[in-house]
Design a protein around this ligand. Structure first.
Ligand SMILES: Cc1cc2nc3c(=O)[nH]c(=O)nc-3n(C[C@H](O)[C@H](O)[C@H](O)COP(=O)(O)O)c2cc1C
Length: 350
């Protein structure tokens, strides 16, 4: 039995119902959240035979950081609701699996507590108050964040509906935005900025001195525009179906974005419904440099803290290595487009 297959049920035993609902839910009618995984499942492989796969390596690099696995951790809020050690356990657990974490700008853990515990990037929601945003990013940089991930799909927060009490009624203040000096600031200033443009990319790059990744891209034209505006990488995501409900599945959006970025040198990531090593293999074959996993990392954190995160990522990586062996691909460089049945012959890896 794969741990992934029982993980949600195990997490349910640990988490209060409003937290469980919040982690699980999608926006609107939940269309995009419900279908993400099925679109990865629907893609078929064309494995090679007679390749030496006696030694399979999943090692790669993302924006200059070496990782043992291309299975990385997506940013999620309220990690301290999953486990008292929250983001600190997430980063430690991922590092023990040779992985990397993108830490939410809403994190309930002071960034200083992450320093030296493993490689991490900081995700940025740009707030209406730009100064508060820059101060938050300054703290991240000081604590060792190696890139800024600009979440671009959230000019307003997607409406989510639930039956019971909302998680926001129960979360203690110190689990919220521990790195934003929000006390005494007007609520409107803490809202997400709705006036971002491609120029925001260069503003962030200049202000932080860090490479900028744009998260939430689903279109080829937007991807090209982001890179032209200075992004080092593009992250195909529909926010786990939590923003515009009905936004296309990332398994479908990835290929045209990869084609649009061919030859630019930009890296490409994807998330949404990635639950097996085979899903990761398909994503890499379609042109992703790495994949990110969201909800399952919260379940693993809830069930067993840092050790749970390590176990989850290690098992997914072992599945990926197994799938690579069966596909005749001994390393990530040999996971090329032609491994996906019916994919166009363009081969792209940034
Ligand atoms: C509970 C929860 C909180 C999230 N918080 C953030 C966040 O703070 N910033 C962000 O860019 N994305 C956030 N996301 C989106 C994830 O980074 C990611 O895009 C998505 O979860 C990937 O899909 P998956 O959960 O199917 O793996 C959140 C997702 C969930 C489930």
């Amino acid at each position: 039995m794969r741990w992934m297959d029982t993980l949600v049920q195990e997490a349910e035993a640990w988490l209060p119902a409003p937290v469980m609902t919040y982690f699980r839910q999608g926006a609107g009618a939940g269309l995009s959240a419900a279908e993400a995984e099925a679109h990865w499942d629907a893609l078929r492989l064309l494995p090679h035979v007679l390749r030496d796969v006696s030694d399979v390596s999943t090692r790669t690099a993302v924006l200059g950081t070496s990782v043992d696995t291309p299975v990385l951790v997506a940013p999620t809020t309220l990690q301290r609701q999953a486990h008292e050690e929250g983001e600190a356990a997430m980063v430690r657990g991922a590092a023990d699996a040779g992985s990397l974490v993108c830490v939410s700008s809403n994190a309930g853990t002071p960034f200083g507590a992450l320093a030296g515990s493993g490689p991490w990037w900081v995700q940025a929601y740009v707030l209406r108050d730009r100064q508060l945003t820059l101060e938050m990013l300054g703290r991240a940089r000081q604590a060792g964040a190696r890139a800024v991930v600009l979440t671009a799909d959230t000019p307003v927060v997607g409406e989510k509906y639930g039956n019971g009490p909302s998680v926001w009624e129960t979360v203690p203040d110190d689990h919220l935005m521990a790195n934003v000096a929000w006390r005494g600031v007007e609520d409107t200033q803490l809202e997400k900025a709705a006036d971002l443009t491609p120029a925001t990319i260069d503003w962030l790059r200049t202000a932080t001195g860090l490479p900028v990744v744009v998260k939430g891209v689903l279109r080829a034209d937007d991807a090209r525009e982001c890179v032209a505006a200075g992004a080092s990488a593009v992250w195909v995501s529909n926010h786990g179906g939590r923003q515009l409900d009905g936004a296309v599945a990332t398994a479908r959006a990835l290929r045209p974005v990869a084609d649009a970025l061919a030859g630019t040198g930009a890296e490409l990531y994807v998330d949404g419904g990635i639950r097996t090593g085979r899903h990761a293999l398909v994503a890499l074959a379609l042109g992703a440099t790495a994949v990110f996993v969201g909800r399952p990392t919260l379940w693993a954190l809830a069930v067993d803290g840092a050790a749970g995160v390590t176990r989850l990522l290690t098992e997914l990586t072992a599945e990926l290595a197994h799938a690579m062996a069966l596909a005749g691909a001994p390393d990530v460089a040999s996971v090329t487009r032609d491994l996906v049945h019916d994919a166009s012959p363009t081969r792209h890896r940034s």
